[in-house]
Design a protein around this ligand. Structure first.
Ligand SMILES: Nc1ncnc2c1ncn2[C@@H]1O[C@H](COP(=O)(O)OP(=O)(O)OP(=O)(O)O)[C@@H](O)[C@H]1O
Length: 310
């Protein structure tokens, strides 16, 4: 069931005349975790702001549950949990519990309901002992998690998280991954922007890749990884530089993807059997061989042309 439908949205900021988003369309279904990826300035935040009616699109529409909500943030506020720009959606001098009571109240929860839900969330994230500690006294990662708890307080059907793992250590990121999975299993649709490709690959079932305001890639994570890893890829280290004849032999069975002196990254040619490759390698001075599994970073590099975070 489609929860959120973004239809052909475009936005040019008047001040800078910069086309931030250009004809972007995608859907978030109930239970989806969609990772929205792209380099700095690609148009992710602008897209989220258009969805949340904080910025008006020049063109296009936003549908929630089949209803046009392009100019209706009340409907969205009721059904959506949002965390924009890290952990700034809280009263910092107050404790997590006081924040939950306030933000739950804004979403129609009684004090009792907000406390109960808040406790459940703190337990999930392993932060129950911090329920009465002022937010300012918590670590950056903890503050980030409390921000997400505030966004989740009224059990929203759609959760929009801008960089949810910013400032989180490995353990907190893993807790976040597990919690988002649990939420998606209960039917919540989740849209996340992130620069952390390994987190995206681990948590999401769909990815969207945006560059210069345009959606350049959109697919299920499983299908794209299966396609990427269809052919066997491996890295072989040789004890010496290969002769031209040996390289020629190698390239009968394998395609060269990368080479650094005595190390070759190779992929088996189509229809070549693994046994043929192994036989050929057994006649060469191999000292190390490793299979390579390709991840979302390869898709990112292919479509964006450089690594993220630069
Ligand atoms: N309020 C604004 N006024 C003018 N230009 C803006 C405004 N907000 C964003 N932009 C420009 O629009 C483009 C898209 O920015 P946006 O913040 O949507 O990208 P982003 O993908 O979220 O980037 P980041 O990963 O750095 O957060 C950028 O060129 C940015 O400079």
């Amino acid at each position: 069931m489609t929860l959120l439908s973004v239809n052909n949205i475009s936005k040019t900021y008047r001040k800078t005349k910069k086309r931030a988003v250009s004809d972007v369309s995608f859907k978030v279904n109930a239970g989806d975790i969609v990772a929205f990826l792209g380099p700095n300035g690609a148009g992710k935040t602008t897209t989220l702001k258009i969805i949340l009616n904080l910025v008006s699109p020049d063109k296009g529409s936003i549908f929630f549950d089949g209803k046009d909500i392009t100019n209706n943030n009340l409907f969205l506020l009721k059904n959506t949990g949002v965390l924009l720009e890290g952990s700034k959606n809280m009263f910092w001098a107050l404790s997590p519990m006081e924040n939950f009571i306030y933000w739950g109240g804004q979403r129609g929860l009684s004090k009792k309901e907000a406390k109960k839900r808040g406790e459940e969330l703190l337990k999930t994230f392993g932060l129950l002992d911090k329920k009465y500690t002022s937010i300012t006294m918590l670590s950056r990662g903890m503050q980030q998690i409390i921000g997400i708890c505030c966004a989740m307080i009224a059990k929203p059907r759609l959760l929009i998280l801008d960089e949810p793992t910013l400032g989180l250590d490995l353990n907190a990121t893993q807790i976040m991954t597990n919690s988002l999975r649990l939420l998606s299993k209960s039917g919540v649709g989740i849209l996340i922007t992130t620069h952390q490709l390994d987190f995206a690959q681990e948590v999401a079932n769909k990815i969207l890749l945006i560059n210069h305001g345009k959606l350049v890639f959109s697919d299920s994570v499983k299908d794209s990884l299966e396609r990427l890893n269809k052919r066997i890829i491996f890295e072989v280290a040789f004890s010496r530089t290969l002769t031209a004849k040996e390289v020629e032999k190698l390239l009968i069975y394998c395609e060269e993807l990368k080479k650094t002196d005595k190390i070759y990254r190779l992929s088996g040619r189509e229809k070549t059997k693994l046994t043929e490759i192994l036989k050929m390698l057994s006649e060469l001075p191999v000292i190390k061989i490793e299979t390579v599994t390709r991840g979302l970073d390869e898709i990112f590099k292919y479509y964006i042309g450089r690594n993220n975070d630069d």
